[in-house]
Every structure is written in C-alpha cells, then in structure tokens.
Design a protein around this ligand. Structure first.
Ligand code: HEM
Length: 462
C-alpha cells in the first residue's frame, strides 16, 4: 500500500470513528412523516446530534440546545451552492443535493456573507414590521374577497380558495409584479415542492415551471426598462459587494422570495385551520379571547407544524462543537422541526397549547439566515385566520378530502383542505375585481416603495 492509499484508509477509519452516534433516517420517506413524534423523542434522548447515513451521509441535529449552538456559527458553516465549481464545491442548503436540473443558486439563502448581507440590507426596508403595517389593508381586502367567493355556498377548500391565493397575491405585490398574474406562479411553486421527479405529473409541473421562468425573466427585463416600485426594482438596481447581480442571480433571489412567501404561509394556515376544526372548543376560545391569545396561538402553530422543517449547511472548517468533531466538507441538517419538539425546552411538546408561554421555537430559523419574511408571514396568517373565525365560525373540515404532502421532510404542507360551514352574506366584490382594484391602489399609492420612502398605510376608500 503506498502512502496515499494508507492515508485514505486512515481517513476512512477516522471518519467511521467520529461519525457517531449513527442513525438511518430518510427524511423523504413516509416513516419520517408517520413516526415523527417517536423519532424526535428517541433522537433527543439518545443522539441530539447524529450521523445520518442516508443521502450520502450528513450530520442531523434534532436537539434544541445543540441546534441553537450550531445554527448561529456562521464562522464554521456555509450555505454556499457553488454551481460552477469555482469555489469549494459546496452544495447549498438542500439535502439530498440538488439534481442536475437545478443549476442556479437559491438566492442569498445559498450565499455566505458578505454577499448575503448586502442582499438583506437591500431588501429589509420592504419587509420590516413597519413596511408590513402599510400592507395590512390590502391583505385584509384580498382575504375578504377570497371568502366572499365562497361564503354563500357554505363550502370552501381552505388551501385552494384561500391559503394559496392570499400569500401569492401579496408576494407579487411586494415584488412589484402584476397582481393578476398570481396564478402563473401559484400552482408550479406549490407543485414543485410536493411532486417527486418520478411522478407521472412531473412533466406538467415542469411545463408550468418553464412558463413561470419565462414570465419571471420577462418581468425582470420589463422592470429594468420601465421601473416600477418593489423588490424587483431594488434587485435590478442594487449593488452587491461592488457588483450588479446578473439576470440568473436575480432569478434565484426571486424564486427564493416567491418560494419563501408562498408555500410556507399556506402550510401554516391550512394546518392551523384543520386543527381548529378538530378542536371546536379551542376554536371558540381563540375567537373569544383573540386579544390575548392570537399572538401565542400563532407562535404555537408555527412551533408545532414547522412549515419549513429544516435546512442544510456545509461545514467550512474543522471544528469541535459540544463534543462532536466536524470536518470541513461534512454536510449538516438543522432540523427546526425536531428541535421544536424537544421536551427539555417545551413542556408536553407534542400537544398544541394555544397559550404556551416563552415559546422559543425555531420555525423561522436561527442566525444570519433567519427568515427575512417573518413579519409578512405572521401578518398574513393572522388576517386569514381571524377572518375565517369571524365569517365561518362553525367550519368543519372534511378529513376524507384533506390531503397532506406525501413527503414532509422539507415543507410540511397540505394540498387540499375542503370544509363546510353555515352560509353567510357577501361583503363586497369578487376576487378578480378586488385584485384589479388592489392593482390600482398599489400603482397610485406606490405601495411597494421601501418603508424608507413610503411610510403611510394603504388607503382603500375610493
Ligand atoms: C410561515 C411562513 C414562513 C416560514 C415558516 C419561513 C421559514 C424560513 C426559515 C426556516 C428560513 C431560514 C432558512 C435557513 O436558515 O436555512 C427562512 C429564510 C428565508 N425566508 Fe422565510 N419563512 C416563511 C415566510 C417567508 C416569507 C413570507 C418570505 C418572503 C416574503 C420569506 C422569505 C425568506 C427568505 C428570503 C429567506 C432567506 C434569508 C437569508 O438567507 O438571509 N419567508 N424562512
């Protein structure tokens, strides 16, 4: 055996020694979804950080403290997706790694500082709490219109008719895109999360994605030539660490904003409504005591359902953290979802307590990549939820029609959630008319300006 070979042999033996304790969990399998509670409890007890031998092997962090100590260590973690192989060859935040189909970075979520920090500085004024305040009348009006479309019939699909639409229209408004185009994005964005590549439906999803991609590129160019306020305008004019992002980079950021904005808020809303239907006494209490309960209930639904279940990293330098020896190049999964069920931090972790106090959940992530859209998400969720409580207080979801994602290892989402309720009266115009009106409001009042320029709330009265 020559020196090279014996060194490789030694490395392998060393890896086997340090990659302990070991587990074998395919996050994309039904076992992950069906045995989630048992697996969480087992891992917290035995191996809060473990080597998972599926998908090429990676560290799996399930413990709350362990995740807290790791996720904030930007000095030893990288989010970089090195598509061209010109840096260190890292594979970004997806585990398993992206297939040959995805040859662009997922926006600044797959970048490290300083670039990532420049993007956040540029986009924060569009997504801050003060900026979101300005949008609330618009969110309320779109929600009202969605419910009006169904209120007289006594039937609704909470996913298709509400939770898919409101976040989609709002995200397009924030971006400065035409609101009426929300359905170009809605189906492909949701379907690409839950349709596996071997599904017969995948071809259609690909076609929808192509249409969406062309639309996105046209919109980027359109806004570059004819500026209109919004996140896209910021992206085509901003400087990132001394350079102007090219179209492909902007495309990745846009997809990140659209993906981040759509599926997660939809997933949270659908699951919460399903739970409230199953617990009518809790629903009445939440409605009655919303002044004091709505905030804590929102955080508890976020904790319990954790719409974005986890994210990947690459270890960027050898280090030992809490006794685990990590080597440069190792992959790591931060399981926000399992850390959110850690019994060392959350009493009775597998039960929803609407009034849970000091809820230190990780559902928006931790550290430098923490969700930049959390204010938008919370506001949108609360508006949808309270309007349903007000206008459809006795809704009953149909368990036979409720469809959860087959694979929940990335997004814990729902495809459908049909429900019935006592019919009520419409309060205003339908969805198309309302979207057209909101477009006029956005344009005339330049609502999508950053909060540094525009501070007033949207005014909807004619
Ligand atoms: C309930 C809704 C949402 C949940 C649960 C959620 C969850 C998350 C999580 C866990 C991260 C951190 C990922 C990581 O560290 O690897 C994140 C990042 C991000 N989210 Fe959200 N998100 C939500 C809504 C939104 C919305 C509405 C937007 C846009 C308007 C958005 C845009 C982003 C962006 C751009 C990042 C990347 C931040 C960075 O890399 O610096 N998210 N989100």
């Amino acid at each position: 055996m020559d020196t090279e070979e014996s060194r490789t042999e030694e490395n392998r033996a060393g890896d086997a020694e340090r990659r302990k304790p070991a587990i074998s969990l395919d996050r994309l399998s039904s076992r992950y979804r069906l045995e989630f509670e048992e697996l969480s409890t087992e891992f917290h007890g035995k191996c809060p950080v473990a080597w998972n031998d599926t998908h090429g092997g990676y560290w799996f962090t399930s413990g709350h403290k362990e995740l807290f100590d790791l996720a904030r260590r930007a000095d030893v973690l990288s989010n970089d997706f090195d598509v061209e192989g010109v840096r260190r060859g890292y594979q970004g935040i997806s585990i398993p790694s992206p297939t040959g189909e995805r040859r662009f970075r997922g926006g600044f979520l797959e970048m490290d500082p300083p670039e990532q920090r420049y993007y956040r500085q540029a986009l924060n004024p569009y997504l801050s709490p003060a900026a979101v305040q300005g949008w609330k009348p618009v969110i309320e009006e779109i929600t009202r219109a969605c419910l009006d479309e169904k209120i007289e019939s006594g039937r609704i699909d909470f996913v298709d008719d509400l939770a898919n639409i409101v976040p989609a229209v709002l995200t397009l408004a924030l971006l400065g895109m035409p609101l009426k185009d929300w359905d170009v994005y809605c189906e492909p964005i949701h379907a690409m999360v839950y349709t596996p590549m071997d599904s017969p439906l995948y071809e259609r999803v690909r076609e929808l994605q192509m249409t969406m991609g062309v639309h996105m590129m046209e919109t980027i160019n359109g806004i570059r030539n004819n500026p209109r306020p919004g996140l896209i305008d910021e992206l085509v004019t901003c400087e990132i660490n001394g350079y102007r992002p090219d179209d492909m980079e902007i495309f990745g950021v846009l997809l990140l904003l659209i993906g981040g904005g759509f599926d997660t808020t939809t997933a949270l809303t659908a699951h919460s409504l399903e739970w409230l239907s199953e617990h009518p006494d809790q629903r009445e209490r939440l409605s009655r005591e919303r002044e004091t309960l709505l905030d804590s209930a929102t955080e508890e639904f976020l904790r319990f359902y954790t719409p974005a279940q986890g994210d990947g990293r690459t270890i960027s330098q050898d280090c030992v953290i809490n006794g685990t020896e990590f080597k440069e190049g190792d992959r790591l999964w931060l399981s926000w979802a399992m850390a959110n069920r850690d019994e060392k931090v959350f009493e009775d972790p597998h039960t929803i307590h609407l009034d849970r106090k000091g809820n230190r959940h990780n559902s928006f992530g931790l550290g430098i990549h923490r969700c930049i859209g959390s204010n938008v998400a919370r506001a949108t969720f609360k508006i949808m939820l309270t309007q349903v409580l007000d206008r459809m207080p006795d809704f009953v979801c149909d368990p036979a029609g409720a469809v959860h994602y087959d694979t929940t290892g990335v997004i814990n989402g729902m495809k459908h959630l049909p429900a019935t309720f006592t019919p009520g009266k419409r309060l205003g115009a339908g969805l198309d008319e309302t979207i057209a009106k909101m477009q006029r409001v956005c344009d005339e009042q330049r609502l999508a300006e950053p909060v540094t320029v525009r501070k007033a709330r949207a005014k909807l009265d004619d």
